[in-house]
Design a protein around this ligand. Structure first.
Ligand code: BTN
Length: 248
């Protein structure tokens, strides 16, 4: 990973740039890093603020030979790799909120967006996008966002080096991706569950279709969905949703 790197100044979104390279046949591990994104995008169609030089805005290509329904596993793998590398780099207590938000004291510090391309039910490639709010100052955030988000610099009281952060992450990701290739999702699931801040706590999940599920997450299913125990004791599988955690 990162042996082929495309460094860009301003770009609409590194996701688009990496997607174009993937369509042209670029190999697995090809990485696009930008100084600034003008139309950075988050999950659920939300914008992702990506000010110039203040964070890690990057996307890389994966070409795993896994069945299409297993793709959510890669999101969880990326979250584990990011969490472990940022904990090591910063010494901060960082946890994962399902599926892949990294939090410090309940505030979001990074985002992961996996977009896949499939043909006839077969996975062609995945573009993994990683945004790390590294050195953003309070003035870089819209005022109402600081209640929910923080940068590593604001949390640790010192700035971090972008290249070192990228290298730490890619090393960790590569190691876990190899492990995943050899042993499957089992070891990743164990690591994810140990870093999760959302297991066994009551929560409210809102799916993209708008239905609401209340219960306590109890773990991950084989394909990577969240297993949620409802108040009536029934365990349901949740593929995609927005998770609200109780205060505190
Ligand atoms: C989220 O938490 O909603 C996911 C945010 C993902 C942001 C990254 S930054 C690099 C890549 N390019 C994008 O446009 N988005 C991802």
């Amino acid at each position: 990973f990162g042996q082929r790197v495309k460094l860009l100044g301003a770009v609409d979104s590194t996701q688009n740039a990496a997607q174009r390279l993937a369509e042209e046949g670029a190999p697995e591990g090809t990485l696009v890093v930008a100084e600034q994104q003008l139309q950075g995008r988050g999950r659920m169609g939300r914008p992702w603020i990506s000010p110039k030089g203040k964070g890690v805005w990057m996307s890389f290509i994966l070409r795993p030979s896994i069945p299409l329904p297993f793709t959510p596993q890669l999101t969880l793998l990326a979250a584990v790799a990011l969490c472990r590398s940022l904990r090591r780099l910063t010494g901060l207590d960082i946890g994962i909120k399902w599926p892949n938000d990294l939090l410090i004291d309940g505030k979001k510090i990074s985002g992961i967006l996996l977009e896949s391309s499939a043909e006839e039910e077969r996975l062609k490639y995945v573009v993994a996008g990683i945004g790390i709010s590294l050195n953003l100052d309070a003035s870089d955030y819209p005022p109402d966002m600081l209640a929910k988000a923080v940068s590593l610099k604001l949390a640790a009281g010192r700035p971090f080096d972008r290249s070192e952060t990228i290298a730490e992450f890619l090393n960790e990701f590569e190691e876990l991706y190899l492990l995943y290739g050899e042993e499957g999702f089992g070891p990743i699931r164990t690591l994810w569950e140990a870093l999760s801040v959302s297991l066994d706590k009551p929560c409210v999940l809102t799916t993209p279709q708008g239905s609401v599920i209340e219960g306590s997450p109890v773990g991950l299913a084989d394909t990577g969905e969240l297993l949620v125990k409802r108040e009536d004791g029934k365990v349901v599988h949740v593929f995609s949703a927005e998770m609200g955690l109780p205060e505190g």
